[in-house]
Design a protein around this ligand. Structure first.
Ligand code: ATP
Ligand code: MG
Length: 460
């Protein structure tokens, strides 16, 4: 157990006295103060008068298997103080209940019959998370190469430092190239698991049929092509961190298999009847909207709640455009170090130009662009925005980041008309410049001006 300054106070709410005394005994041995309530009135009294640090709540309270009592009690606890971490205890058959409970604000759920160590690590995680920041400055060395000063980014980094030392599961979302993997690695390297492996699994790249052999391993002869024993990813990641990348790509049939391991922390190697334990911290990432997938029934709700105790959303680069100069400098320095050339000067105009550029591929795209620009202009002492423009044009799909009005609000004709107005204003009514910026010939621009009844004074 992690050192804790003061003994944490845990309230068990369960009407089954055998369970209460079992858990009480175990938790007391682990150094907690334990209190119990065996009916709802007593439970609410104890929550309001003794301010427990954590609550363990049985969902099948009062042997009312519908779980209504458990949910009602949970709601009352949350109403009283939604900062108290609550762990739900439920039968395997009623996991759906737990999911309802998570929606109401419970932090975790444990299926009965529970495993004491699993229960302990869940308790410890939630207590650690509730502590004031564990952030320590000497740790920042290890994440020096993660660049950013924008407020959104700094918030993420302080969350990362806070949660890294716990074993809480983390879900990282965000567009492609926003740094999800970088953050996952940072969490591992700031965690107490950092002397063990960080195992990355690309769930989008594993065929459905090979999922179990890949994740859990197999014994020689387990299936036709199993010529040798194979170690699975969970075994490799033991005591370390498993990074489940592209978790939104996992087919339903495998989601249930993954849920089982995360829930029970045990699995079976294919072709062997032996049950293996796993001790891993799970970090998942996706650029999909899992909530939407849950709504569409393409992602299991119980798995969703299992993996996202901590949710980190990586902003797109355009949401943190102020970081673009810093990131640019960082990538420039990296390339110059590799090629042992002097760092070129970049003027403010160029930074400002870069800040306005759409980057649908986010940081990865900026990095590629900087690298290409440097390689092409290796011996230049100064880089200006035209140098970057030259390399950006090639790989950039035009304008995928334009924010368009809602469907139904505007016709294509009106949109065209407004864009022409905007371009005319911008180019001070120069027809040739306006036409060029809209990728039109002069004559087709004239035709459109006439069509939209836009007056113009040819200046040229
Ligand atoms: N804050 C940062 N500082 C420096 N480099 C970064 C930062 N964030 C991301 N990068 C770099 O940008 C590139 C993309 O990052 P990463 O692979 O983590 O993105 P991702 O969100 O996992 O992308 P995808 O969804 O495509 O897998 C990498 O080369 C990474 O090193
Ligand atoms: Mg990635």
């Amino acid at each position: 157990m992690m050192s804790s300054e003061k003994q944490a106070n845990i309230l068990i709410i369960d009407d089954d006295r055998t369970i209460v005394s079992g858990i009480t005994l175990f938790l007391k041995k682990k150094g907690f103060l334990v209190d119990a309530a065996t009916n709802p009135t007593d439970a609410i009294n104890k929550v309001s008068n003794f301010a427990p640090d954590l609550v363990l709540l049985d969902m099948n309270f009062n042997i009312d298997t519908s779980g209504k009592d458990g949910l009602r009690l949970l709601k009352q606890i949350m109403d009283f103080n939604d900062a108290i971490p609550v762990i739900l205890m439920t039968g395997w058959a009623t996991v759906q209940l737990a999911v309802e409970g998570m929606k109401l604000g419970a932090k975790d759920f444990i299926a009965k019959p529970w495993d004491n160590n699993h229960l302990l690590s869940s308790i410890q995680n939630l207590l650690d998370l509730a502590k004031p920041s564990l952030e320590r400055n000497e740790l920042s060395d290890e994440i020096d190469s993660i660049i950013g000063q924008s407020p959104v980014f700094l918030d993420i980094m302080s969350l990362v430092k806070h949660i890294a030392p716990t074993d809480a599961n983390v879900l990282i979302t965000g567009e492609s190239g926003t740094g999800k993997e970088v953050i996952a690695e940072a969490i591992h390297s700031l965690s107490k698991r950092n002397s063990n492996e960080f195992v990355k699994v690309n769930l989008g790249g594993i065929s459905s049929s090979l999922f179990e052999s890949e994740m859990f391993g197999h014994k020689k002869g387990a299936f036709t092509d199993a010529h040798l024993d194979r170690m699975g990813r969970f075994a490799k990641a033991d005591k370390g961190t498993i990074f489940l990348d592209e978790i939104g790509e996992l087919p339903m049939s495998n989601q249930v298999k993954l849920l089982r391991v995360l829930q029970e922390r045990t699995y079976e190697v294919l072709g062997s009847s032996e049950t293996k334990r796993t001790d891993v911290r799970v970090i998942s990432a996706t650029n999909k909207n899992l909530e939407q997938m849950v709504y569409n029934n393409t992602f299991r709700e119980d798995l969703f709640y299992r993996i996202n105790l901590i949710a980190i959303h990586m902003p797109s680069l355009s949401e943190r455009a102020e970081d673009i100069p810093l990131l640019t400098d960082h990538f420039v320095r990296q390339v110059c170090e590799i090629y042992e050339v002097e760092i070129p000067l970049i003027n403010n105009e160029t930074y400002n130009w870069l800040k306005k550029l759409p980057f649908p591929g986010n940081i990865r795209q900026l990095k590629n662009m900087v690298e290409r620009t440097l390689l092409i202009n290796m011996n230049k002492r100064e880089l200006n925005y035209q140098d970057f423009q030259h390399t950006s044009g090639k790989n950039q799909k035009p304008g995928p980041q334009i924010i368009l009005p809602e469907v139904g609000l505007i016709s294509l004709d009106d949109l065209e008309k407004q864009m022409i107005h905007k371009a005319l204003d911008f180019h001070n009514h120069s027809i040739s410049k306006t036409a060029r910026s809209l990728s039109l010939t002069r004559s087709s621009l004239y035709r459109r001006l006439a069509k939209h009844h836009i007056p113009y004074e040819p200046k040229n």
